[in-house]
Design a protein around this ligand. Sequence first.
Ligand code: PGA
Length: 269
Amino acid sequence: MAKTYRKKIIAGNWKMNRTASDAKILATEILAEIKKFDQADIVICPPYTALGVVAEIISGVPNVFLGAQNLHQAANGAFTGEISAAMLRDFYCRYVIVGHSERRQYFHETDDLVNQKIKTAIANSLKPIVCIGETLQEREAGPAKWQAVLGRQVKEGFKGLTDKEFADIIVAYEPVWAIGTGKTATPAQAQEAHAFIRGLIEKHFSAEIARKIRIQYGGSVKADNAAEILHQPDIDGALVGGASLDARSFAAIVLASAEAVPEATRSDS
Ligand code: PGA
């Protein structure tokens, strides 16, 4: 059977960094560094307060998209301090990160809440980048444990989604022990987890969805380890935190995704 070509997707999660004026500078520098590179989808996720300026800077660049870092599951209402999907669309957001481990850990987001947020995002034409991943303790407890955690996150997080809704979803495998720690999963460890996640999606949903869905790796991705990670057969991109705050590093990761496209597997070649 011919291998499916999945376009790489590289997202930069700026987290709670950069004021709007600093964001303007960083986004401008990123565009200058990546030039006209179009072999991957590139998503920039600044803080809410910088969405407007970044939207202006990237407007008209066909493969560079705006993303938010979170959204509220309700359409509107008395939820002080929260941001709705419609508000994000109003700023030209196309993607939104859902269920990041920092949201799960510090803001107690559950798989059920993640599921609601995914549905709200898709209903408002936002593509959710859904983060899953095990903690250090769960990893060290052995394969049965981390596999059970990923199994629960996939089964519960994606519960009740239709095939059509799945087409808009990006999964980000982010082992919590590798986020911001400088500790990356080895390419082999990441590939193993990605293949496992693809298998879970096939088991709980369908082979077609599993074949098509893009799964990013996240956790201390840097310019010097990106190519090796992005070369793995089940790794379709990266969700980059720290290194996305430096235009040159982020651009190097983006460019590394090009080398990772094996010509023979491209459906358009
Ligand atoms: P990191 O963060 O690249 O700084 O490890 C990744 C993330 O949290 O998405």
